[in-house]
Design a protein around this ligand. Structure first.
Ligand code: PEP
Length: 253
């Protein structure tokens, strides 16, 4: 049975001290919670992964990277490999975030390679995708999402999906304060699950967690997460405050 996941994407925020404080606060707060079906993930910037992973030890907090290179190693100045991430205890990576696509030119084709590299290294992938505002306005959102998934993930074998988490993030809702309505999220998540049923069958589709991302806050999380095909969220801004993030975790249980 699939799990709910609440994952905090810290993006390019928090220096070392702030990162340690934040994870310490989350750890302390969730200790009191009796979480049964919810995983908690935080994704700090690369330089703070090791310190955050150390602080997160002996807690339910898992640590993910925000990106990764597709090659094993070599002359790729400024890049980070799967081996490097694993060596500091990181077993999950966010790939395909809209900011990576938009500002760093990451394409579906490149992302397919990154996904393969992560899976070859037995890492979990939190794969982000979603339509832009003009694509939704033109009623192309289902087509866009379908092609993003097909191009980057549908070459995988069924068994590889054990390590895939999907994060539907309509670009128009990221960091804008504008959220998809719970019904809009459910409509898209049901569409996504149906695509997976058609390609891989019921078992794979039922077991994959599909997160929603885009201005999830403590006051809207519960309603969005209550939808049957929404299995938690990828959280940006609200993951930077212990209190807000913990409220969102509670909403997922
Ligand atoms: C994100 O960047 O993945 C995100 C969902 O950000 P925010 O929650 O700030 O919209």
């Amino acid at each position: 049975m699939r799990k709910n996941i609440v994952a905090g994407n810290w993006k390019m925020n928090n220096d070392l001290d702030a990162s340690k404080e934040l994870v310490k606060g989350i750890k302390k707060s969730i200790k009191k919670l009796d979480l049964k079906n919810t995983r908690v993930v935080v994704a700090p910037t690369f330089v703070n992964l090791l310190s955050v992973a150390k602080k997160a030890k002996k807690s339910r907090i898992e640590v993910a990277a925000q990106n990764m290179h597709q090659a094993d190693n070599g002359a790729f100045t400024g890049e980070i490999s799967a081996d490097m991430l694993k060596s500091v205890g990181v077993k999950s990576v966010i790939l395909g975030h809209s900011e990576r696509r938009e500002y760093f030119g990451e394409t579906d084709e490149l992302l397919a390679k990154k996904v393969d590299q992560a899976l070859k290294n037995k890492m979990e992938v939190i794969f982000c995708f979603g339509e832009k505002l003009e694509e939704r306005k033109a009623d192309n959102h289902f087509k866009v999402v379908e092609s993003q998934l097909k191009n980057a993930l549908f070459h995988l074998e069924a068994k590889a999906w054990k390590r895939i988490v999907l994060a539907y993030e309509p670009v128009w809702a990221i960091g804008t304060g504008e959220t998809a309505t719970p019904d809009q999220a459910q409509e898209m998540h049901a569409f996504i699950r149906k695509l997976i049923v058609d390609k891989y069958g019921d078992e794979v589709a039922e077991n994959v967690s599909v997160l929603y991302g885009g201005s999830v806050k403590p006051d809207n999380a519960k309603e969005i997460f209550s939808k049957p095909d929404v299995d938690g969220g990828l959280i940006g801004g609200a993951s930077l405050k212990v209190e807000d993030f913990v409220k969102i975790i509670k909403a997922a249980e």
